[in-house]
Design a protein around this ligand. Structure first.
Ligand code: ASP
Length: 339
């Protein structure tokens, strides 16, 4: 019998209105279960492991470690995993899990909802039911249809490390602007076989070292030298996601380039990611971008900021040499960039 493990971490899907404050707060998984009697109709064995539920704004790297530990410990027992998670940081978690779980041959599907499961118009039921269906789907040879960390929301299955939350109102909360959906759920679930990663024969490898000595430096017209310097001089800093304009451009102000160059000379890895949601970084396209390339800024290609951060934490956690980190940044490790 196909078996699925649901890992409940919290999020709107399991929240209820607190009458005292009028705000939503997390509740236990039992209430999710009560609202979805359909769970009993599946011909699968479905088990649940529940965290003390939290709003995903409180997710931290140690929570990712907890998820990775559960998945690796239970890996042989289940055919697929569904992680119920708040939408606010779901893209960060999906990105981190994709790097922490190497050689996946089983699906890890994250989902949640915009409306609590107890509300009549909730999107949580459909999301949960379809996520379970996807986590259980296998080819005729018994291999998983989607051996990846992915996000299912509304009717799309997206590669986890390609997504961003972009809508706080609509049911279609996530987008993957630089990579096509892995599947569309209509009457049938139509898998996009051409883009889904193929499993390897290698055993699952769990990676647990993440270095959080990273920062995001978003540039804007009028930014001050004090702002840039305070970010680049953070004690212990080892990696920066530089959010640039367009195809990876930044001001050619000498003090700005000097500050970046100085940080690079101190062994800080600086990764160039565009503020645009679609398209890729190409530092050779404009003179201003070329200057960044010349001082040693690394291209983040078409990476999301969420993935860039997770990839930096992962690589910095694994390598002490900045050259090794830079090598890793220039490669697609889990299908997170198009090169
Ligand atoms: N604040 C909630 C969370 O991320 C939002 C949601 O789940 O939709 O936990």
């Amino acid at each position: 019998m196909t078996s699925i493990l649901i890992i409940y971490t919290g999020g709107t899907i399991g929240m209820k209105l607190d009458p005292d404050t009028g705000s939503l707060k997390p509740f236990n998984f039992e209430q999710v279960e009560q609202e979805v009697p359909e769970l009993k109709k599946f011909a699968y064995a479905i088990d649940t492991i529940s965290f003390t539920p939290i709003d995903s704004s409180d997710i931290q790297p140690h929570s990712w470690l907890q998820m990775v530990d559960i998945i690796t410990e239970q890996y042989d027992k289940y055919d697929g995993f569904v992680v119920l998670h708040g939408t606010d940081t779901m893209a960060y978690t999906a990105s981190a899990l994709s790097f922490m779980l190497e050689n996946l041959s089983k699906p890890v599907v994250l989902t949640g909802s915009q409306l609590p499961i107890g509300m009549i118009r909730t999107d949580g039921k459909e999301n949960l039911i379809s996520a379970i269906e996807i986590a259980a789907s296998k080819h005729s040879d018994g291999s998983a249809c989607v051996p990846e960390v992915c996000i299912f929301f509304e009717n799309e299955l997206l590669r986890g490390n390609r997504t961003s939350k972009y809508n706080a109102e609509h049911f279609r909360a996530f987008r993957s602007d630089n990579f096509p959906p892995l599947a569309q759920a209509g009457i049938h679930i139509a898998y996009n076989e051409d883009v889904i990663l193929r499993p390897t024969d290698k055993p699952l490898q769990r990676h647990t070292y993440l270095d959080t000595n990273v920062a995001v430096l978003r540039i804007f017209p009028g930014m001050s030298q004090a702002y840039v310097n305070s970010v680049l001089n953070i004690q212990g800093l080892r990696g920066v996601v530089l959010e640039t304009y367009g195809s990876g451009n930044a001001p050619s102000l000498p003090w700005f380039l000097d500050a970046l160059k100085n940080a690079i000379n101190r062994g800080i890895a600086i990764m160039n990611v565009s503020q645009c949601h679609t398209g890729t970084v190409d530092m050779s396209a404009y003179e201003v971008g070329r200057k960044l390339m010349q001082i040693g800024v690394i291209s983040g290609y078409d990476s999301t900021t969420e993935t860039a951060l997770a990839k930096l934490m992962f690589l910095l956690g694994h390598y002490s040499s900045v050259e090794d980190v830079k090598k890793g940044l220039s490669m697609s490790l889990r299908g997170e960039i198009s090169i």
